[in-house]
Design a protein around this ligand. Structure first.
Ligand SMILES: Cc1cc2nc3c(=O)[nH]c(=O)nc-3n(C[C@H](O)[C@H](O)[C@H](O)COP(=O)(O)OP(=O)(O)OC[C@H]3O[C@@H](n4cnc5c(N)ncnc54)[C@H](O)[C@@H]3O)c2cc1C
Length: 474
């Protein structure tokens, strides 16, 4: 193994001798790799192909002991440090250029306690890993909608998906976590132990330490949910959006219903003449009695003349992967997002206007309806502050040709600016792009002051800074 060249927190370059690297390697169960060595490219390759970063050294952790070693190595040598869970973060915060990268992806164990309805999850597990294990017992915890997302980053930002209106955010189901803090100590955090750290982890992102194990509450739902899509011609979008907003005013918690505006992908259930044309999609999931779900969904399914209605009972694990083909890794992505307390009138007109001029066929506009159990939690009960947000607009700008970067990014930014006057100023930290460092007020809202105090106490030197960063007070 040659020597490593790694960037420090101060921005200098540190040469790490072969001997020092040998000593580090000797202590690890996992591996340490330099550019060009086996495992290096696998670790640094992220979901978003816009982010192409080359760490000076990667430590691929096999367990908590490796994480302690790695954080200690970073701390002692004052190295720029990034932490990768699932590598899905749109801003590429799981990796860094020239610094030390801790890669947690080898740590993928998920252990279900079916008697107590709890799960122990390692930080490299993906949503698919979790769902497959939990569904062996008909159990769930709320996670996101794309099965290749990492459980770790999603949880630390808040986490919501198809069953969150019923069971709350992912963090509302987090019972405890094991965390390696900036002084390289492993501590347990829960409501009764290190409760301030536990509070901060639930929405404060990777700012406070490296989580080596998550403990979740699970819920029995069985294996089937009533779910699927209703696809309409885009020409109906304005009228249908109005109906949708009335319909979701009074939804039972069991039902989640999101709007997707995009060009129709060539999916087998869509007639060929619609492929590539703009459509409006209602994506729904009812978690509960299937017959009651049919009754609740009947009004929505009666609107207009849909191109396709593919709502039916689906295996939960299959529904959890339904959007995977449209959200594959390796494409170029730039996202913009706003939270809304209310969505009406000109805001809707603007969304429809931009949906009518998507820059590429891969782009899509998601409007997620939150509320339900998510919003019954107090704003200061966890670090995630957006408990009054009813709708999240997420602009998934997506393309493959670098020549289209400028066009796509300009479209997303203009869309973002034009919808800003109607939004509530909040933004979900996990939907933020890499150029939004000035938006920390929006991300952490009324909890930012407490988060800053805790950051100053747990990580005064800001070792954990490759994230939507909460700066410690000077
Ligand atoms: C296609 C797609 C769909 C998505 N859908 C949803 C959705 O439905 N619901 C939702 O809530 N979110 C969703 N997200 C957002 C998702 O929550 C974030 O991208 C999240 O950051 C992914 O976590 P990760 O572990 O894969 O990310 P990474 O890129 O590995 O890490 C993200 C951040 O978390 C930190 N981090 C990761 N692991 C740890 C750890 N163990 N300890 C401390 N810090 C850590 C990293 O340092 C980094 O700052 C989606 C994202 C994509 C790209």
């Amino acid at each position: 193994m040659a020597q490593a060249t790694v960037q420090t927190l101060a921005g200098n370059t540190l040469q790490i001798s072969e001997e020092k690297l040998d000593t580090l390697r000797h202590c690890l169960r996992g591996s340490a790799c330099l550019p060009g060595e086996p495992g290096y490219d696998e670790a640094r390759t992220l979901w978003n192909a816009m982010i192409d970063l080359s760490p000076g050294l990667v430590i691929r952790c096999a367990g908590a002991a490796d994480v302690i070693q790695a954080v200690d190595f970073a701390r002692e040598n004052e190295l720029l440090l990034a932490v990768r869970g699932g590598g899905h973060n749109i801003a590429g915060k799981g990796c860094c250029d020239k610094g030390l990268m801790i890669d947690l992806s080898p740590m993928q164990s998920v252990r279900i306690d079916s008697a107590n309805h709890t799960a122990r999850v390692e930080p490299g597990a993906l949503l698919a890993d979790f769902d497959k294990e939990a569904q062996a017992f008909g159990l769930v915890t709320p996670l996101g909608i794309n099965s290749t997302t990492g459980v770790a980053g999603l949880t630390l930002g808040g986490g919501f998906g198809w069953v969150s209106r019923k069971y709350g955010l992912t963090i509302d189901n987090l019972l405890s976590a094991d965390v390696v803090t900036a002084d390289a100590q492993l501590v347990h955090a829960s409501d009764t132990e290190n409760s301030d750290l536990f509070w901060a982890l639930r929405g404060g992102g990777g700012n406070f330490g490296v989580v080596t194990s998550f403990e979740f509450q699970l819920h029995a739902i069985g294996n089937e949910v009533l779910s699927g899509l209703v696809v309409h011609p885009f020409e109906q979008a304005s009228e249908l959006f109005g109906k949708y907003l009335d319909y979701v005013k009074d939804l039972p918690d069991e039902l989640t219903c999101w709007v997707v505006l995009r060009k129709a992908p060539p999916l087998p259930f869509l007639p060929e003449q619609w492929h590539g044309k703009e459509v409006m999609i209602f994506a729904v999931c009812y978690v509960g009695d299937l017959q009651e779900g049919e009754r609740v969904l009947a009004p929505l399914r009666g609107w207009g003349e849909p191109i396709a209605d593919v709502i039916s009972p689906h295996k939960y694990v299959d529904w959890q992967t339904a959007f995977d083909p449209l959200l594959t890794p390796g494409e170029r992505n730039y996202w913009k997002s706003h939270d809304f307390t209310d969505l009406r009138g000109a805001a809707v007109d603007t969304i429809i206007d931009f949906a009518g001029r998507l820059p590429t066929p891969e782009c899509e506009i998601f409007v997620a309806k939150l509320g339900g159990e998510i919003n019954r939690v107090d704003e200061d009960a966890t670090a995630y502050p957006h408990r009054d947000t009813e709708f999240v607009l997420n602009v998934h700008t997506r393309w493959s040709d670098p020549a289209e970067d400028a066009k796509c990014i300009a479209w997303a930014r203009e869309f973002f600016d034009k919808t800003a006057p109607y939004a509530n100023g909040g933004v979900y930290v996990n939907f933020m792009a890499d150029d939004e460092a000035a938006r920390m007020d929006g991300a952490y809202g009324s909890n930012l002051d407490r988060l800053t105090t805790l950051k100053s106490s747990y990580d005064p030197d800001n070792l954990f800074r490759i994230n939507q960063n909460i700066a410690p007070s000077a």
